[in-house]
Design a protein around this ligand. Sequence first.
Ligand SMILES: O=C[C@H](O)COP(=O)(O)O
Length: 265
Amino acid sequence: MKSWVVGNWKLNPASASAVQALVDDLVDGVDAQSNALQSCHIMVAPSLLHLSQVENTLRTKSAAIDLACQDVSALSAQSGAYTGDVSAEQLQDLGVQWAIIGHSERRQYYNEDNDTLLKKMSHSAAQGLGVILCIGESEADFEAGNTTQVLADQLTVIADFLKQSEAADADYIANKLIIAYEPVWAIGTGKVPSVEEVTEVHKFIRERLQSFDATLAKTPVLYGGSVKPENAQDFAASEQINGVLVGGAALKADSFLDIAKAFSK
Ligand SMILES: O=C[C@H](O)COP(=O)(O)O
């Protein structure tokens, strides 16, 4: 299975010129190091405002980088009177291939719950967008030993999605779902769990997924939270870690591609 290295740019960079510099450096780096990156899917998730600019560069300069959005409307899969929202259909029409949903920052700041995420997932699937579902426990839950209970609750979105037979065909289930485990206390902090801890959590996630549908045993499970070039190799060594979701280190092409190379060996 090829690894997945996904860059979540979050609310960065601030200017179109900085976005262009970053995506140009990424395209040039991927092209120059294509042999060293053959075993890795590389994906970037710019700010909504910059998706079109990045899509244009990726389409005209490099087919080797997939494009994701950081959010998608829960209110409609297509169009409607929803000021400020962006639909899965609009994103798919633009050339976006994946949608990150359930990121802890959106759960925290926008109160995204399982009902909301089920709608986002259903709308994405209806338009053929792959879904990267983010799950992860808070520091308080980690300290209290509640990690697996929290993750089990967050994963029920997948079970509910599968029950909606019209949205979950076998091909979609097998090829368009990714889970990203991101312990909230490791995001942006420089703190990381041990590879052994992440490996055990990923085993639990995979067992839960398989209990929903046997096909999901192969669903890629990524790790996210302070991944850097210095620690990427350690995470890449675990067979349970199928890639990473990278924030800060994705904002410089060389550090992001160093992480991708670590997952391409
Ligand atoms: O989506 C990315 C994760 O939130 C990790 O962010 P980070 O690499 O800055 O800790």
